[in-house]
Ligand binder design. Structure first.
Ligand SMILES: C[S@@+](CC[C@H](N)C(=O)[O-])C[C@H]1O[C@@H](n2cnc3c(N)ncnc32)[C@H](O)[C@@H]1O
Length: 219
């Protein structure tokens, strides 16, 4: 899969400033072994979109040992951090796609059907002028639907009230494609479902925000 395509614009930072920056060659050298090359129809894949520093990817790999976890992340230092974690934990069921998820999906054979897709704390882009940058839209959910197995799940978490409202609207707009599983549950907090703390989950808790989780199943 070619990840050098500038058609896919990335908002936000792709590398950290200062000393921690790395050349493209060194990045490829460090990550090459883990980069996903080809997917096959027989494997069960779980896609972790915007995996940040990789806490969720490691969590998913530990809890789904028979599946392959694909971490899709544009942030170079996040990918490097995940590779360090993979090596420290001796994990064998993680592959990485260090690029834009739209590019990953647009190049994916439509015969490939994913078991689950996680989108934990997508960038909230709170300013009105930046709202168009948000990842979760009607069209994005429709695109994910193409690549999900029957009964496949999408798990979304956010601590942004305004993004939650947008997600509610999107779920309504694509109601023919997905059931919203936890719609009637009293608890909508990520930790009511998963014993998982990511960097952005902890940031939300420290600032007194309550993250919400949306679990959708493909109809
Ligand atoms: C707010 S962070 C959340 C990171 C992590 N999931 C967590 O909970 O700590 C959102 C992440 O999504 C990544 N991201 C944003 N747009 C993306 C895209 N189109 N494809 C892949 N990753 C993306 C960003 O680089 C960033 O690391």
């Amino acid at each position: 899969m070619n990840i050098d395509n500038f058609k896919y614009r990335v908002y936000g930072r792709t590398r950290s400033r200062g000393k921690k920056s790395i050349t493209k060659e060194n990045f490829l050298l460090k990550t090459e072994k883990y980069i996903i090359k080809k997917l096959d129809k027989k494997t069960n894949y779980i896609l972790d979109i915007g995996s940040g520093y990789g806490e969720s990817t490691i969590f998913l790999s530990t809890n789904n040992k028979k599946n392959i976890i694909i971490s899709c992340e544009t942030y170079i230092n996040g990918n490097l951090n995940l590779v360090n974690k993979i090596e420290n934990h001796g994990v064998t069921n993680i592959r990485i796609y260090p690029g834009n998820v739209n590019q990953f999906l647009d190049n994916l054979n439509q015969d490939i059907k994913l078991k689950k897709i996680y989108i934990l704390f997508p960038d909230p882009w709170p300013k009105k002028k930046h709202i168009k940058r948000r990842l979760i839209t009607n069209d994005f959910l429709k695109k994910l639907n193409i690549f999900l197995q029957p009964n496949g799940e999408i798990v979304i978490a956010t601590d942004s009230l305004s993004y939650s409202k947008q997600i509610f609207k999107c779920i309504f707009n694509v109601k023919d494609l997905f059931n919203w599983n936890n719609q009637r549950n009293m608890y909508l907090d990520l930790n009511d479902y998963y014993d998982l703390e990511t960097k952005y989950y902890n940031k939300a808790i420290i600032s007194g925000k309550k993250p919400s989780i949306f679990i959708l199943t493909k109809i």
